[in-house]
Ligand binder design. Structure first.
Ligand SMILES: NC(=O)c1ccc[n+]([C@@H]2O[C@H](COP(=O)([O-])OP(=O)(O)OC[C@H]3O[C@@H](n4cnc5c(N)ncnc54)[C@H](O)[C@@H]3O)[C@@H](O)[C@H]2O)c1
Length: 386
């Protein structure tokens, strides 16, 4: 069994190390910040104790997992690794420097992966002489709990490298999907309109946060409404992902960030973690009541779901992933109640098209243009899944 190296012992690196150790690998985790390494170790101890207390794992398994992980403050500790997953801060120059340095340390057959959420894999790989062994292996937060992992080959990644990595991560009990090296890969691209369109509805004064959240829970079956979810993820992270995806798509209007969220970000209203976001989380604060108007709720849901389905269809049209992987990614990566293509089939693709065409007519904005594939399938009266 290969030894796995993890770079960065923050939230993601620590979780990925736990997943690999749980699958029986020897894991070495490295960080430039000593206190981050110590924090990671004590957080793992706490997590394992909790898992034992809840009888999710045995005491023996817990001690096996922790004995599999070693903590290093020198990159040279990666010399005998078969796979390295990088999970340091989201900064292209920092990542490129690391990949450049790694290549001079590891063996020729060691695979090099990045857990980046939004940077180009091809660009990270360009720091290496051998770009064919570099790929994206994108876990979701928290890595030990979220089942989805996106596998992203760069333009020069060897086919075998992607296949071997996919099989390996599958063997760790994860659900893998293959995604093209495009901004946001699958989930962080397709999910953008859940947030963006909901904010737009608020900005237009159609409904308040609580009502929009209620509408998407009530009529869409989403576990969390968009504003609750943004406050949960953190408006700093969510805003930055939106901004990066928009910039990397050469300012595509469908991904345009909102001033509402930017102001929250600027005010440090990050959400739950800062005590205030779209909602107030201070002690004694009362959550506002939604306006439970069924007609309004359905109208909100129809608008948001049409944007989401259109985005998934466009990703299919542009070969970002297969239709099966697109639907799997949204149910396993962000807990959507249904895959968006299947959902579109159920609502009726002509209905989705009508909603978008109405919005485009009304606003005259490119943001609402239907995907050419949606138009084609609706015209042919077909479905994505029979
Ligand atoms: N947090 C998420 O929800 C999430 C989800 C999926 C992917 N990601 C991606 O995973 C990566 C890490 O995110 P995170 O949330 O764990 O960040 P984090 O801030 O919690 O941890 C980053 C760690 O990297 C360390 N670090 C910084 N520069 C380093 C270097 N040169 N060498 C070694 N260690 C270094 C820091 O000390 C820190 O401990 C990012 O690329 C992010 O985009 C994050």
């Amino acid at each position: 069994m290969i030894k796995v190296g993890v770079i960065g012992s923050g939230a993601m690196g620590s979780g990925i190390a736990q997943v690999a150790a749980n699958a029986g690998h020897a894991v070495v985790i490295y960080d430039t910040n000593k206190s981050a390494l110590e924090k990671s170790k004590s957080a793992l101890d706490t997590t394992l104790k909790k898992l034992v207390a809840k009888q999710k794992i045995s005491e023996q398994k817990a001690s096996e997992i922790s004995s599999h992980i070693t903590y290093a403050d020198d990159l040279k500790s990666f010399v005998d690794c078969g796979l390295i997953i990088e999970a340091v801060i989201e900064n292209l120059e920092v990542k490129k420097k690391l990949f450049y340095e790694l290549e001079n340390i590891v063996s020729d057959d060691c695979l090099l992966a990045s857990n980046t959420s939004s940077l180009s894999i091809t660009s990270i790989a360009s720091a290496c002489k051998n770009t064919s062994r570099v790929l994206g292996i994108h876990f979701f937060n928290p890595a030990p709990i979220m089942p989805l992992v996106e596998i992203i080959p760069g333009i020069s990644t060897d086919k075998d490298v992607a296949e071997t990595s996919k099989k390996l991560i599958d063997s760790w009990g994860k659900i893998t999907v293959l995604a093209k090296d495009t901004p946001g890969f699958i989930v962080n691209r397709v999910a953008r309109s859940y947030y963006g369109e909901s904010i737009r509805i608020y900005e237009e004064g159609i409904a308040d946060f609580a009502t929009i959240d209620w509408a998407l829970r009530e009529f869409g079956g989403f576990k969390m409404g968009p504003f609750e979810l943004m406050d949960f993820i953190g408006n700093d992270i969510n805003y930055k992902v939106t901004e990066t995806v928009w910039e990397q798509f050469f300012y595509e209007p469908r991904f345009k960030p909102s001033l509402t969220q930017k102001r929250l970000f600027e005010a440090n209203y990050f959400g739950r973690k800062s005590g205030k976001g779209y909602y107030d989380y201070s002690e004694g604060a009362v959550k506002p009541e939604p306006q439970k108007n069924e007609e309004l709720g359905k109208q909100i849901f129809n608008r948001v779901i049409a944007m989401l389905v259109n985005e998934a269809i466009d990703a299919l049209y542009l070969n970002v992933a297969t239709k099966e992987d697109l639907d799997l990614a949204m149910t396993k990566g962000v807990n959507y109640p249904k895959g968006l293509l299947k959902w579109g089939d159920e609502i009726g693709l002509q209905n989705i098209l009508n909603t978008l065409t109405d919005l485009q007519d009304k606003y005259g904005e490119d943001r609402y243009r239907p995907s050419v594939l949606l138009k084609k399938i609706a015209k042919e009266n077909k479905k994505f899944f029979s």
